[in-house]
Design a protein around this ligand. Sequence first.
Ligand code: APR
Length: 237
Amino acid sequence: MTQFRNIVILTGAGVSAESGIDTFRDGGGLWERHRVDDVATPEAFARDPGLVQRFYDMRRAAIQEKVPNAAHMALARLDQAWPKKGMGRTVTLVTQNVDDLHERAGASVIHMHGEHLKAWCTLCDTRSHWRGPLIDGPPCPACGARALRPDVVWFGEMPYHMDRIHAALRSADLFVSIGTSGAVYPAAGFVQSARDLGARTLELNLEPSQGSRWFHETRLGPASELVPEWVEEMLAG
Ligand code: APR
């Protein structure tokens, strides 16, 4: 594995599952208990802002009680140690998760679907760190308008940082997908892009994802075991 220089890692809900944060599409997952159309679209927010704010207020409160697991810790170790293994080596960690467990473990991460711990003012466009509820319409710290919404990307909205992500994919020689079902684009398409551009592709997941056939290698098991093993392999070489 040590022939690699530039690694792009994509994580999904599976990496946080063992920290006690529900995934979306597993049995009993979030989208079995809530309809996407009720809580995760701009139309839902326009129709019933209270319902949507309450849903995200609960999720925002819940994640603050969770802690990073062995998979987050291992990825942070890789993020910090990999550049030291040779000039010009990079790790780009991209997550679809809106929790903050990667950064609490010590990794720098690109949040393509936004962040639970930020509020976005739809009036002045400022994003503010936010830990409390939004249900009562608190004022934006920047402009005072009562126009804050969760800074998460809903279905039908454009994911964040796509230019940065595509630039990283272009220079990647290894693409690793961890704990994601491969059901949601554009993230689900990263493996094909990386592979077309010549990268090796590896999947670490509890079960084969929808895009499993695009990976050169799939390793099945819990992220808390597979990820530390893989990181050790990378750093040992
Ligand atoms: N270790 C590894 N993988 C796991 C674990 C675990 N402990 N537990 C579950 N998984 C796997 C599941 O097998 C599944 O393939 O994680 C994947 C989770 O899939 P989803 O619930 O679909 O989550 P994700 O792929 O992150 O969803 C993508 O969908 O609703 C949107 O915006 C939301 O970012 C999310 C996006």
